[in-house]
Every structure is written in structure tokens, then in C-alpha cells.
Design a protein around this ligand. Structure first.
Ligand SMILES: [Ca+2]
Ligand SMILES: [Ca+2]
Ligand SMILES: [Ca+2]
Ligand SMILES: [Ca+2]
Length: 209
């Protein structure tokens, strides 16, 4: 093999350094918000959601991408037409598969009227009880409905099933073991919202609880 001349060695070195630098320029940005997938966890944002907190500002431009500072839910309207029978943030159970489910926010909504309910939206906050760190999310639950005099469950997880909505995988809910306080404001369009609080004990993974 012909030994490298000094020029070709530097040419080779330049090629190697450009190749090494390439991933930074070509970083994957799945949700197209300008924040590379690898950087999303560093700001506690969701790599699959361009506007993690739902405040209308995308994750790159948002000063706090996991805090929707303004609660857009209107408090006026007719009497609340539903109750929340069960509100869970841990010890979830998958009734269909008859097994424990990963911890997630889950609400069982009972329709107390004779008409189907739809056009739901939710604003919820998560506060770390030890550090005081707080996140706030707004989400329109367009595909969710509750049949007349019946009930339905809202899940915030990643299963993609009906009634299941995406939750931020890099939220303090999942990344911190500290105890948390959840506040949830749930509204069906045209009606007064229902507000509730849910406490989560310290502990993370299901097995460690
Ligand atoms: Ca992104
Ligand atoms: Ca994002
Ligand atoms: Ca945002
Ligand atoms: Ca924000």
C-alpha cells in the first residue's frame, strides 16, 4: 500500500472530522419543532409533540415547554353534566388485558345526563411536593365522548387506543420519584368544568411502589 503523503493525510483527517460532525447537522427531529430528539429530554419536552404543553407555542420558541401558563378553560356554562368516579395517577389496571398497567393519569367520567357528551378539554398541573417544580398542560380531547347515562375512561399514555391521549414521556411525573400533586380541570364544551386534586405517593416504577 502506498504510504500517505502529508497532503492526503490532512485531506483524510478533514473528511473524518466532517463525517463526525455530520450527525449534529442531520440530527433527527421527529416532531419538527426544531429541537432534536436527543435534546428534548434535556428540556423535559416530548420528542413526538411539537407543542408539549399545548399552549400554542412550539417547544423551541417556548420559554417553558412544559408549562402552559394560561389556563384557557372557561369556567362559565350550564351545570356540570358529569362526575369523575375514579381518578388515578398510580396503581392503574388494564381491565381488557387483566393485568397491571404502567402508572398514568386516568379519569373515569360518568355522564349524569340522558345525552351523549363530547367536545371535552383538560388543563392539568403536576407539582413536585419536595422541589416545588410545576408543569401544566392543556389538551383538547376531540375524540373522547361519554354515552348518555354511561361512563368512559380518559387515559394519558402512549397506547394509541380510543380514549387514550399522548402524555409527555419526559415529564417530572415519570422522571422524578418524589411525591406529586395533580390538579385536573375537565370541561365539556358549554358546561362548567369540574376540578379535582389527585395525590401521588413517592416512588416511580410500578414494582418499586
Ligand atoms: Ca423535536
Ligand atoms: Ca417536542
Ligand atoms: Ca408550548
Ligand atoms: Ca409553555
Amino acid at each position: 500500500m502506498k504510504p500517505l503523503t502529508k497532503t492526503s493525510f490532512f485531506a483524510l483527517l478533514a473528511t473524518v472530522s466532517i463525517t463526525a460532525a455530520m450527525p449534529a447537522f442531520a440530527a433527527t427531529d421527529t416532531d419538527g419543532d426544531g429541537v432534536p430528539d436527543t435534546a428534548e429530554p434535556l428540556i423535559h419536552a416530548d420528542p413526538m409533540n411539537a407543542d408539549t404543553d399545548g399552549d400554542g407555542m412550539n417547544d423551541l420558541k417556548d420559554d417553558n415547554p412544559v408549562f402552559a401558563a394560561t389556563d384557557p378553560i372557561a369556567t362559565d356554562g350550564a351545570a356540570t353534566p358529569f362526575t369523575v368516579k375514579e381518578a388515578l395517577v398510580e396503581d392503574n389496571y388494564n381491565y381488557a388485558a387483566k393485568k397491571d398497567a404502567t402508572d398514568h393519569l386516568e379519569l373515569q367520567v360518568v355522564n349524569t345526563t340522558g345525552q351523549d357528551l363530547k367536545n371535552f378539554s383538560v388543563y392539568y398541573t403536576i407539582t413536585d411536593k419536595d422541589l416545588g417544580t410545576k408543569e401544566a398542560y392543556f389538551k383538547a380531547l376531540d375524540s373522547f365522548s361519554v354515552p348518555a347515562n354511561g361512563d368512559a375512561r380518559i387515559h394519558f399514555d402512549d397506547s394509541g387506543l380510543p380514549g387514550h391521549f399522548r402524555a409527555n414521556p419526559n415529564s417530572i411525573y415519570l422522571t422524578s420519584q418524589n411525591a406529586k400533586l395533580f390538579t385536573v380541570e375537565l370541561k365539556a364544551e358549554g358546561f362548567k368544568p369540574l376540578t379535582l386534586e389527585i395525590n401521588k405517593d413517592a416512588g416511580g416504577a410500578e414494582a418499586a411502589d
